[in-house]
Each structure stands twice: as C-alpha cells, then as structure tokens.
Design a protein around this ligand. Structure first.
Ligand code: F6R
Length: 616
C-alpha cells in the first residue's frame, strides 16, 4: 500500500520522482522520501513524516544534490509509526545503498534478530530496514547490487516490492517483487519504475508489468528481467490506454468530486461496444468456452470493501438472468473456512486496483482448488487480472480518491455484462429480453447525468448536517447493498458512525436506534415494479417516522407516496428494477463528499486509509 517510483535517464531525477510520488500518494500518505545518486557517485536522500508536501517543502528549502538516477517512496505504515526514522528510503552499506519497499516481510522478526546478533545497528522499527541491511551486507561481499538482491530476496517471506540504488553503481536501479506490484515504464534513453503506471504515465505509455518472483535490472537504455534464481524471464508488455490528464484534478475541488461526476462515463465506457445491436458482446471471455459456461453450477463473487458491495449489488441480476446460484464473499473471510469449490464453480473477483492482497490470495486459493477465475478490474497490468483465467476490464479511468465511487458503478456494469453473457450462452434469457435490458443499460449513463443534477440540493443538506454524529441507511433488494455502500462512504471520509440495514431487518433490532432527529436515508424502489417492495419500504418509512426519524428519501421522480413521510426527497429518473442501484448510489456518494467537505476534512486522503491495500 505504499507507492514506489524509480527513474534512470538523463533528466534530473528529483522532479520526476516527486511528480511520480504525487500520483501515487493515494497509495499511502503518512511519510515520503527520495534517494538520488549524483554524477560523482554519491548517494543523497531526504525523508519526512507527513504528506508529500512536507517533503516537497523541505527539498525546496534545502535542495538535494542533482542526479539522473533515483528512487522515491510514499508510505502507509505497517511496521513502526509514521515518523522520519521509519520513512523510506532506508540506508545500508555505510550510507551508500538506499532501499524502498512496499508490502510486509513476514519473517522480518527472525531476520532482525539475526542482524542484531551480528552487531548491526538498526535505526528504525521497519521490516524494510532489515531488507536494506541484508542487501547491504551481501553488497559488501559481492560488490554487485543484482547479486546482492538475488541472495536476499529468496530469504524474504510475505509480500514485497523492493527497489534499490547504490552509490558505486550510479547507472542502475535493481528491483524485485513477490506478491506486490511493480511496473516498468519504457522511455527513449530513460526508464521508469512504479507501483503502478500512474507513477510514469505522464512520460510514457509503454509499460511492462513485472511478473511474480522476478528481479529487474533497469538502466537508462536497457531492462533485464530474470527469475529469483537468475533464469531469463519476461514481464507482460502493454500500452496504457489513458493519459496523464485523466489522473489530474482539473478544476475540481477534490478527486472524489471529479470521480463522482465521472460516474456516467465510467458506465458508458465500460459498456461501449459490449452492449450493441440489442445484445451483449464479450470477446474478453473468449478463453472460457461456451461449454464451460453451460457446465458451471455456481458463481462466487469475491471482493473487499466497496468492491464487495458492488458484488452484493450485481448478484441479484446475475442470479436472476443466469439462473445459476450466486454467492458473494468477503475475500479475507472466505478462504479461511475451507470452502467447497470445484471445477464447476466460476469465481469472479472484483477489484478496482487489481492488487488487493486479500482478493489476490482468495483468487490463488480457488485456482488451486480447480475453479476458473474471471477478474473484473479497473487497472491494466495489475496482478489479479494477470493471475486470472479471463478479465473483464472496467473502463472507469484512473480512480485517485481513496473512497471508491466511479469504479463502483463500473463494477456493477461489468457484473451485468457477465450476467447477460452467461444468460445468452445458457439460453436463460430470450433474445428479446436481452434486447430490452440492453436498451435500458445504454440509457443509464444519461440517467446518471440526471441523477447528478441533485448535487447542489444534497450539498445544502450536508452543510446543514455537518454536526451529525450518526446516519443510518435502509434499503431492500438491491437497495440493501447500496445502503451498506452509503454507510461505508460516510465512515471512510466523514468519520461518523453510519450503518446500512436491510429495511426488513429493522424490526428485528436496529429500530431501537431510532430516536427523535436520527437521520435515516431510505432507498425507495419504483412503485411501478410488481414485486411489492415499494409498499413494504413505505411501511418501514412510516415505522421510523413514527419514532421521530428524520427521513431522507431517494426515490423515483414523481413518486408522491413518499412525500408525506419524508423530510427530503431526492428524485431519480425512472429505470427498471436492476438498474436502480446505479442511480440510488449517486446521492449517497455526493452526501459523503459534501459532509466531509463541510467538516473541513481531507476528502481524497482520509485518515488511516490507503487506496490499494496490498497487505493482508
Ligand atoms: C472504499 C474503498 C475500499 C476498496 C477496497 C477494495 O471506498 O475504496 O473499500 O473498495 O479496499 O479495493 P479494490 O477494489 O482495489 O480491490
């Protein structure tokens, strides 16, 4: 969950490293540092607790010597508090070696003991410094950074991406990865390294995703990839399909505000070409035969956080359309209970980053158990899609704010694409039914644009509610996971107690929480649907209203039945039942954004969180 960047070329590395760290700051932002090697072969470094700006200010006030090669790091603390000492880079070999690290070295305690017994003085509490000292000791023996890396990486357990530079080899960056991402950016007479392509996309779109358990040796005009034991290896080359401006804030007050406004394009781009001529086209799934889809008897969706809620949301339509039982599991819970899986279970992972360690481990687990896996992912070249049998990319564009928004709607769209594909292959939906769904699907981006028109009214409400200590969310059917997602958004970025409930569960306990003035968002389905859910939820509204709740309703435009019981109504365009969650979530995303803003909090970088959770 830390961000890592490297540069070697003819330009001054410091500016490039700071630029890359700026784009990676979403991965962690409790401290940052850089190391550069100058033309005379001296290593210089600076590291500071706090956000990247603290480091930038420090470097401006006390510039480092210039150099054309360097590494940089932005941290999300695992071992040791976020202070200057624990910030990366960590030095070894008499200050000539600088090492940065993303991940957790699980056997670090025993390695640390070994170093302490050998009389090595450790200056930090981090697992990274242990790796740095081990590499430093090997360097002292071999005088070669690559060899030193090879000797050490096979001793490390857990997850790591390591990058290092050494003063005596001022033309080379050596890196290695295991269970943690590393991507190389290929330039002309210069090369880059990053935790993801955001680190260097402003300089080059040409990238190579480094494979599992590989070592890379990067010079300005060459890139060498080998396995840990020195066999030649290849990474996966790809071209980044978005440019740096997509990851800029533009004129927006925050990345989150910009990304919510991009909900419509996230869905539009995800279905473009895949929903056409009244049907679904998913060449992405060609590697899985039609026979395979006919044979599966169960679909399992695995994910964490917001991606898990997208799974819960998408599961309703997926099961309905495919007539295959669908279950949704939290990746970190699921694999520890010895689940029953076989080759007729299709496992679909959902991950914006494609690097979430809990999800990756669950994917590996089910593949070993014989199941095929499809990755629904928003990040090209990420580990989870590369380790899956097929991938359906979402095209939400880079999501920078820690709180996920546009990726959420894009994930639901991708689950629906999969559902239509399976239904088409298995014949569980008639062509006319698919055509009808396809038509509504294509209308969703415009309806999302309409939903966004409520922004100002929601902002006014949020401003008015800036002292609120607790908010509840109620929904039924697909409204239930949307209630959970609304509550998560609020906890994450506004730091207030929030809970989502299935409205039917209310009378089984949670209604005791209702007291006069308690704000409750209620997600109301259309009265036009013939499932009776609208009447049921109106009864739930009456129940909480009778106990003094302040009722904030998200309902279909023109639904007069909720007016007498609502303090506020946010009107959403009409759509069919399974498409309502796309629209119902929008006001909740905006509410969290605006409440956090009203409280003067950092919307994009909430405390204690990082966007890409690459530790278990
Ligand atoms: C919430 C949020 C997290 C992520 C979760 C999974 O706003 O962003 O809950 O959804 O950590 O991340 P990915 O989708 O990258 O696997």
């Amino acid at each position: 969950m830390c961000g890592i960047v490297g540069y070697v070329g003819d330009r001054l590395s410091q500016d490039i490293l700071l630029g890359g760290l700026g784009r990676l700051e979403y991965r962690g932002y409790d401290s940052a540092g850089i190391a550069v090697v100058d033309a005379e072969g001296a290593l210089h470094h600076r590291k500071r607790a706090g956000k990247l700006q603290v480091l930038r200010d420090d470097l401006q006030a006390h510039p480092l010597a210039d150099g054309n090669i360097g590494i940089g790091h932005t941290r999300w603390a695992t071992h040791g508090a976020p202070n200057d000492e624990n910030a990366h880079p960590h030095l070894a070999d008499g200050g000539n070696l600088a090492v940065i690290h993303n991940g957790i070295i699980e056997n670090f305690a025993e390695l640390r003991e070994e170093l302490l017994d050998a009389g090595v003085e450790l200056l930090s509490e981090t697992d990274t410094e242990v790796a740095a000292q081990l590499i430093g000791r090997e360097y002292a023996r071999t005088q070669d950074l690559e060899q030193a890396f090879r000797a050490v990486v096979t001793r490390l357990e857990g997850a790591f991406t390591l990058l290092a530079v050494h003063a005596n080899q001022p033309d080379v960056i050596v890196g290695a990865r295991l269970n943690s991402p590393l991507v190389i950016g290929l330039g002309e007479g210069e090369n880059f390294l990053g935790s993801d392509v955001a680190a260097f996309v402003e300089h080059t779109p040409r990238a190579i995703a480094v494979g599992q358990a590989q070592v890379v040796v990067v010079r300005k005009d060459s890139v060498e990839i080998t396995t840990f034991d020195g066999q030649p290896a290849e990474g996966e080359a790809f071209e980044v399909d978005w440019d740096a401006s997509a990851a800029e804030k533009g004129g927006w007050s925050s990345f989150m505000a910009k990304e919510i406004a991009e909900d419509p394009e996230a869905v539009e781009n995800t279905i473009r070409g895949r929903i056409a001529e009244g049907t679904v086209h998913l060449p992405d799934l060609e590697s899985l035969s039609e026979e395979y889809f006919r044979d599966i008897d169960r679909i399992l969706l695995i994910a964490c956080g917001t991606a898990y809620y997208s799974g819960l949301t998408g599961a309703y339509a997926l099961e309905q359309w495919s007539r295959i039982p669908v279950s949704v599991e939290l990746a970190h819970e699921f694999r520890y209970r010895d689940p029953v899986i076989d080759d007729r279970t299709l496992v679909v992972s959902l991950s914006q980053s494609g690097e979430t360690m809990d999800t990756l481990m669950a994917v590996r687990y089910v593949r070993e158990a014989g199941a095929k896996t499809i990755s629904i992912c928003n990040t090209q070249g990420a580990t989870i899609p590369r380790e899956s049998d097929a991938v359906v990319y979402t095209y939400a564009g880079p999501e920078v704010a820690v709180a996920s928004t546009k990726a959420f709607v894009a994930q639901i769209a991708a689950i629906y694409l999969l559902g239509l594909h399976v239904a088409k292959v298995r014949g569980t939906l008639a062509d006319e039914a698919i055509a009808e769904i396809a038509e509504e699907f294509q209308a969703i981006p415009d309806k999302l644009r309409e939903a966004l028109e409520e922004h100002e009214r929601i902002a006014t409400l949020a401003n008015w509610m800036s002292d609120t200590r607790s908010v509840l969310f109620l929904g039924r059917h697909t409204g239930y996971p949307i209630a959970l997602e609304g509550a998560l958004k609020l906890k994450e970025i506004a730091y207030i107690h929030a809970e989502g409930f299935a409205a039917g569960e209310l009378k089984h306990g949670p209604i005791a929480l209702i007291e006069p003035g308690q704000p409750v968002f209620v997600l109301v389905p259309s009265p036009r649907h013939e499932d009776g859910l609208h009447a049921k939820i109106v009864s739930n509204i009456e129940e909480i209203r009778a106990r003094g709740a302040r009722v904030l309703t998200v309902a279909e435009a023109g639904d007069a039945s909720v007016l007498p019981y609502s303090d506020e109504v946010f009107a959403m365009p009409p759509t069919s039942k399974f498409f309502e969650p796309f629209l119902r979530v929008v006001p909740l995303q905006i509410f969290a954004l605006e409440l956090s803003t009203a409280k003067g909090l950092d919307v994009d970088q909430p405390r204690n969180l990082a966007k890409s959770v690459t530790v278990e």
